[in-house]
Design a protein around this ligand. Sequence first.
Ligand SMILES: [Zn+2]
Length: 240
Amino acid sequence: MRTGTLGPGVQYAFADRHDGVSVAPYDLGNLGDHVGDDPVAVATNRARLAGAVGVGSDRLAAMSPVHGADVVLVAAAGTAPAADALVTISPGVALLVLAADCVPVLLADAAAGVVAVVHAGWRGVRADVTGAALERMRELGARPQRTLAVVGPAICGRCYPVDRERFDAVVAVAPRAAAVAAAGGPALDLRLAVLERLEREGVGVSLVGGCTAQSPDWFSYRRDGVTGRHGGVVVLRGAP
Ligand SMILES: [Zn+2]
């Protein structure tokens, strides 16, 4: 578990797959409630993650990813809107993002009191969900140059071969995603693309983890099929 701050009053935590009580194939720290794991184990794992930022699991706000670029403003915990980016200005609402190869991002402008999370797969990178989240944050008073991000683990270019059509579709809008697979052929490095997108706006980025498919510390859908989800949480502190 990595924990820290993204500026004064903003706490985050990012859990790896060792942080929990789930059993195989979801061992140990699965946070996904839609993958077939025991709900009691998932609740325990989520409570552990919430506790790492000082809130109860009833303060979590999750998302139901649809691989789009919509950004939902969340005012209360306990919901799971169909979107790949959530933003809040409400203290105590802990935004949760899950992944198992896609790119999970935590964002905060502490001075503006705005936090967000983003889930970016190839469709999300193509639709620029990261840019959409930054724009929504800006509308709420945030400035990218003052914003800090944590970018979690994701499948790397060597491990993510794709067909030429998908490669072309993504690279047309995110050139930094262009990669070569370990076995040769077109591949995508979505985390590099997200990093480039954030840095282009002046966001300060730190990384958690490396390649999900190569490390036993993370869940990888591509590697394992039926598996869990790791994830991170970010919260503005200051309310009950
Ligand atoms: Zn890899």
